[in-house]
Design a protein around this ligand. Structure first.
Ligand SMILES: Cc1ncc(COP(=O)(O)O)c(C=O)c1O
Length: 281
């Protein structure tokens, strides 16, 4: 457990950190969030996270002004105090406190919550592992481009994965793959790398955005297009991306092995290139 959290403008003891019972984040999931990886004390892809946070806030009309310098100071302070050399920063901004009513008032003061958690990452090297996954119906709402804490459909799917000893559930909508419960999904067929386009059906992952830049340096052909369940299970290689999982190979989907259950060469190469970019900027 971390020792400290940051609530609004105060560093507080993690165990006794509290928010109000009429905070709209609690009552309505009227709230946005980000999860930022910390690798060797470095904040990974910070600018992309702040850009997406700004987008989520704007789409929901939550009036919180992002000050990069202030937030960075909070992050670095918590990393130090909680000794989070490797792990994640969790940041959540709720619309604020108001008597319970669906309609919100314009002048609310948003609640800012930040804390860190230690975590080791699945990076290329001798302990690099691939994971099992399941497929599950995508039951979510229609604005998945906004990173809100409205995550019950993701939770149902993720817990089905857990019951089946799988790491992630890949979500399927009308026979097509959207994304994972907390990751973006990629397939490789010959030299084509295919992933769902960044529209309101998926969250535009920060890791996804970073990887797109890296792919430009390779001979792979990037195709941002929907793909079917059939294409998924017949792909040469499949992997997922997220700030918590970096680039993680998928070796099994339901009962079907991918690439004979082995980590594919292209996935490995991309993971190496991405990790290198994270370490060396
Ligand atoms: C639904 C969903 N898609 C994709 C991602 C991956 O996004 P990122 O790479 O920014 O972590 C996440 C991360 O939590 C997610 O919740």
């Amino acid at each position: 457990m971390p020792n400290f959290a940051f609530i609004n403008n105060k560093l507080v003891n993690f165990k006794s950190a509290k928010i109000h019972i009429e905070d709209r984040g609690l009552q309505f999931a009227d709230s946005v969030y980000e999860v930022i990886a910390v690798l060797d004390n470095n904040l990974i892809d910070l600018d992309f996270h702040l850009k997406r946070l700004k987008y989520s806030l704007r789409e929901l009309e939550i009036k919180f002004t992002i000050n990069k310098k202030n937030l960075t100071n909070i992050f670095l302070n918590l990393i130090k105090k909680n000794k989070t050399r490797n792990g994640i920063i969790y940041l959540q901004i709720t619309r604020g406190i108001q008597f319970r009513e669906h309609k919100y008032q314009k002048d609310l003061t948003p609640t800012l919550i930040v804390y860190t958690r230690n975590k080791s990452f699945n990076l290329p090297g001798k302990n690099y592992t691939g994971v099992n996954t399941i497929t599950f119906q995508d039951l979510r709402w229609k604005r998945r481009d906004i990173k809100t804490v409205n995550l019950l459909a993701n939770i149902i799917a993720a817990n089905m994965a857990k019951k089946k000893n799988a790491y992630e559930a890949i979500l399927i909508q009308n026979g097509k793959v959207t994304e994972g419960t907390s990751s973006n999904i990629w397939i490789i067929k010959r030299n084509n790398l295919i992933t769902h386009p960044a529209n309101s059906d998926i969250l535009k992952g920060v890791t996804r955005t970073s990887l797109l830049k890296i792919i430009k340096k390779t001979k792979l052909k990037l195709i941002e297009k929907q793909f079917t369940h059939n294409q998924l299970i017949n792909a040469d290689e499949v992997f997922l991306t997220s700030s918590g999982s970096f680039i993680t190979p998928i070796l099994k989907i339901d009962n079907k092995k991918i690439n004979n259950g082995k980590i594919g060469n292209i996935t490995l190469k991309l993971a190496e290139m991405y990790t290198e970019a994270c370490i060396n900027g």
